[in-house]
Design a protein around this ligand. Structure first.
Ligand code: PEP
Length: 252
């Protein structure tokens, strides 16, 4: 049985004090509402210590939105896995389409980060997804297959227990356009089949696959009702309690 896993990617929003205030409210609301899915929030690097402190004692997972592909050294502006762990973070989002699109992260770079994160004992949310051009050009499966095969290169079967995949069609991120629940389920089913061919049916069956792309209170139920949708990676609607709480309580 796959446990639902809903994550909020705050991107470059919320200062440390704003983030800590909201995270404390969220922790109280999660307790009060008896939220039974796994909930993760990913603040900006500088807000991580304050947010970790604010959710202390709550089941909320605090993650990073990115990480360096080196352990230490002369990499100006980068943040190493050991720094994240020291700040209380054990989970990292890697390969987000904004990292691919604006910062030139290739599948190979993302793979080197995945391998490093796992070797440092961290959990990974690996983002994959096609652009509108790729989808309209009939290349959905080719793109997902490449992103998964290269992104997971040299990841052991054992370490797959620490990988979550987030399917985020680029054309649905921050645009208000959501893939239909059927579109999402179809892509997730293809991702699961790809993982089964790379590893085993058992590993694919246990893999958590989140959907991301304009997820909101109004569409979460229909998405989560699909067989292959195990959670969500939420951007804009994760930035306030008013919008995020109805998403993480979709089954209440
Ligand atoms: C995201 O940032 O991963 C995302 C899906 O954003 P939004 O929910 O705003 O579309």
């Amino acid at each position: 049985m796959r446990k639902a896993y809903i994550a909020g990617n705050w991107k470059m929003n919320l200062t440390p004090s704003e983030g800590a205030r909201y995270a404390a409210e969220l922790a109280a609301a999660v307790k009060e509402a008896g939220v039974d899915c796994r909930v993760m929030i990913a603040p900006a690097f500088v807000a991580i210590p304050a947010v970790v402190e604010a959710v202390k004692g709550s089941p909320i997972i605090v993650a990073a939105q990115n990480m360096a592909n080196h352990t230490s050294g002369a990499y100006t502006g980068e943040v190493a896995p050991a720094m994240l762990k020291d700040a209380g973070v054990k989970t990292v989002i890697l390969g987000h389409s904004e990292r691919r699109q604006y910062y030139g992260e290739t599948d190979e770079i993302i793979n080197s980060k995945v391998i490093l994160a796992l070797s440092e004992g961290m959990d990974v949310v690996l983002c994959v997804g096609e652009t509108l051009d790729e989808r309209q050009g009939g290349r959905l499966e080719e793109v997902l297959s490449r992103q998964i095969k290269v992104g997971l290169k040299d990841v052991s079967a054992e370490d797959m227990a620490r990988i979550t995949i987030a399917y985020e069609p680029v054309w649905a991120i921050g645009t208000g356009m959501t893939a239909t629940p059927e579109d999402a389920d179809g892509a997730h089913s293809f991702i699961r089949a790809t993982v089964a061919s790379l590893y085993s049916d058992d590993i694919a069956k246990n893999l958590i696959i989140q959907y991301g792309g304009s997820v909101k209170a109004g569409n979460i139920k229909a998405l989560m009702a699909k067989e292959n949708v195990d959670g969500a990676l939420v951007g804009g609607a994760s930035l306030s309690l008013e919008q995020f709480l109805p998403i993480i309580t979709y089954n209440k």
